[in-house]
Design a protein around this ligand. Structure first.
Ligand SMILES: [Zn+2]
Length: 258
């Protein structure tokens, strides 16, 4: 058994640098792979990077991989500087937080169900005009697809959908006719009967560590800093859940940028 363990340790040790190269140093997967290696060395176990990282339950809402030609995140979920600036207006209902992911993509791009489920709502009463679809998933989450270009007519409320089924087509939040002002899909993942929203990043199996998925907005300050707690809510993964109608989470006395 000792020999088998030694072989397994070597295999785990070999996987680590490959995972780090593939996923990027410092990425969550790379860190998970490092943790798996340390555990394997400590206990002679059989953990591998893939076993140590649970697969997120959902897939991306767009078929193509990220690139500047297909899609990239224009605004991520959370305590973004943009949401901070609009905390008393656009995002006041969501505690001052951008409570979804904005996927920049051309108008008319097919929008796909991120998981199996049933159609819960079409065009209201939930936001993100001009058109929205909500899918209820058996794991208790709801996915909301906002700023759709046209009303989705091929689905009915209560109808079952499978992961990857087309639920609508992407549109523009500013100019829905010309579709050349702010073409993007706004995706939310909600809980508690649609009364709360959570960070979709850890729940969607997409290459978030890849530069191509992160878009141009990441060349600017992405998250608003509270100088009284400067490390809080400063990464893609570390962001607060919100409850609709709750108090502002980011009404900072000492914000940066101001
Ligand atoms: Zn949005």
């Amino acid at each position: 058994m000792l020999r088998i363990h030694a072989i397994r340790r070597v295999r785990c040790a070999l996987r680590w640098p490959y995972a780090a190269l593939r996923d990027g140093l410092g990425s969550p997967r790379s860190l998970a792979a490092t943790l798996a290696l340390l555990l394997a060395l400590a206990f002679g176990g059989t953990l591998s990077a893939s076993e140590a990282t649970p697969t997120p339950p959902f897939q991306p809402p767009l078929a193509d991989p990220p690139s500047y030609e297909t899609w990239f995140l224009a605004q991520t979920y959370g305590n973004t500087s943009g949401a901070y600036r609009a905390r008393n207006r656009t995002y006041s209902a969501g505690q001052g937080i951008h409570f979804g992911l904005d996927f920049s993509t051309r108008c008319g791009t097919p929008v796909l169900a991120i998981g199996d489920g049933t159609v819960y709502a079409i065009d209201g009463p939930f936001g993100s005009a001009p058109h929205t679809v909500v899918i209820a998933h058996p794991n208790g989450y709801f996915s909301l697809y906002g700023h759709l270009r046209v009303r989705t007519t091929h689905l009915q409320i209560g109808q079952e959908v499978k992961a990857g089924d087309v639920v609508g087509e992407s549109g523009d939040s500013v100019d829905e006719v010309r579709c050349d002002m702010s073409p993007h899909l706004h995706l939310e993942i909600r809980t508690d009967g649609m009364t709360a929203a959570v960070n979709p990043i850890p729940l969607i199996d997409a290459p978030w560590w890849d530069d191509a998925s992160l878009g141009l907005s990441f060349s600017q300050p992405t998250f608003e800093v509270d100088l009284e707690a400067p490390r809080r809510w400063q990464s893609l993964y570390d962001q607060p859940s919100i409850r609709f109608g709750g108090y502002l989470l980011n009404d900072y006395l000492q914000p940066w940028p101001r």
